[in-house]
Design a protein around this ligand. Structure first.
Ligand code: F6P
Length: 383
């Protein structure tokens, strides 16, 4: 009998557990005597037939990034791109494809209805996973737990910026990644920032300044988290450079935290000395380094589940999902036969999770996040 031949690719922004999911798929493929072929640079590798056999690859699952490398390819923007991918998949004799990506990379899969695919959502943005507008089908995307732990630690008192903020009576504006969705910024609530600004809720600047003056007056230090894709109340982005767009039309963000801190410096001068209004942008540090325990465990399960889908004769397209059952991580699969577009699975922060009046996570929001990140201690400090 012909050996099953499965392709695997990683696209979009890298996350820490990508090698871990690839390693798990290799191990599973070996156990089942499947041939696993890795495409280089995401969909680019399928377009150019640039691939490597993976079965004999020795891989450290704890090293972040992706040995397969990544790219942001929009097949619909390449003339004949979809047809070429179909042709190459046929010629290589693939029985199926494991596609690991965020909303953009996964959007290409919907143009390839005849190719059996297992989709694994990975993005620190955590913005893939809602169905029918409300039902959570995918609790978190791969990579989000590690990034969420990082941002919480970066703002916390025990590990992060709060210690210098309180010592120097600083206001520190911290930038989070997240172009359309504020999940990563929101998850920082486990490190107890004072205010969180996210793309889904536009910033009423004068109202925000009132809150800042009041809370700084009481506390004498503040940590404010702002997502890169945050917007002013007229809907315009705080920091987007529209002249540098990627193939999906997303602008390059140029530092909302810095812009906001500079503006606050000027506008708060009449209330107090603003020399200590600063900004910090951890940027790619959110996506770098080693995956945490939850991500490693999810990666191991998802890689195995992807190969098992084809083992059990699956020949449609499904999204693998993460969830919790009795406090334990479980994975599942969600059929995409009734889903025409990745937008149907796009997840945004709503008022259930974020309270625009306190500019922080709601009780429900914190409950959701606590399953993903351990809360940092909220010690009291000062004299
Ligand atoms: O899509 C994930 C993400 O991390 C976004 O939050 C961010 O805007 C984007 O990637 C930036 O990625 P890059 O600089 O790699 O294009």
């Amino acid at each position: 009998m012909k050996k099953k031949r499965i392709g695997i690719l990683t696209g979009g922004g890298d996350v820490q557990p990508l090698n871990a999911v690839i390693k798990s798929a290799i191990d599973s493929a070996n156990r089942n005597n499947f041939q696993l072929i890795g495409f280089k640079r995401g969909w680019q590798g399928v377009l150019e037939k640039e691939s490597v056999p993976l079965n004999n690859k020795i891989l450290d699952r704890t090293i972040g990034g992706t040995i397969l490398k990544s790219s942001r390819v929009n097949l619909t923007k390449i003339k004949g791109g979809v047809e070429l991918v179909k042709k190459n998949v046929d010629e290589i004799g693939l029985d199926g494809l494991i596609v690991i990506g965020g909303e953009d990379t996964l959007s290409n899969s919907f143009c390839l209805k005849d190719v059996p695919q297992v989709l694994i959502s990975k993005t620190i943005d955590n913005d893939v996973g809602i169905a029918d507008g409300r039902k959570v089908v995918n609790y978190f995307t791969l990579g989000h737990p590690t990034a969420a732990e990082k941002i919480s630690s970066f703002v916390s008192l025990s590990e992060g910026l709060r210690s210098t903020a309180y010592s120097h009576e600083r206001i520190i504006v911290v930038e989070s990644m997240g172009m359309h969705a504020g999940w990563l910024a929101l998850s920082s609530s486990m490190g107890h920032p004072d205010f969180i600004i996210i793309p889904e809720f536009t910033l009423d600047y004068s109202n925000f300044l009132d809150k800042v003056v009041e809370k700084y007056g009481e506390q004498k230090d503040l940590i404010i988290v702002i997502a890169e894709g945050a917007r002013w109340s007229d809907g315009s982005y705080i920091s987007a450079d529209e002249s540098e767009k990627d193939s999906f039309g997303h602008p390059r963000f140029k530092g909302a935290a810095n812009l906001l801190a500079e503006k606050m410096k000027k506008d708060l001068k009449k209330f107090f000395d603003t020399r200590n209004v600063n900004s910090v942008d951890p940027s790619y540090l959110y996506r770098s380094g080693r995956p945490n325990k939850l991500d490693l465990s999810a990666a191991a399960k998802l890689g195995r589940a992807a190969v098992n889908y084809f083992k059990s004769g699956g020949n449609n397209t499904v999204l693998l999902t993460t969830n919790f059952k009795d406090g334990k991580l479980v994975t599942g699969s969600y059929s995409l036969s009734g889903v025409s577009n990745i937008d149907d699975l796009h997840r945004f922060v709503t008022e259930r999770f974020y309270d625009p009046s306190t500019m922080n996570a709601t009780k429900e929001g914190k409950k959701y996040i606590r399953n993903i990140v351990t809360e940092f201690p909220l010690n009291s400090y000062g004299i």
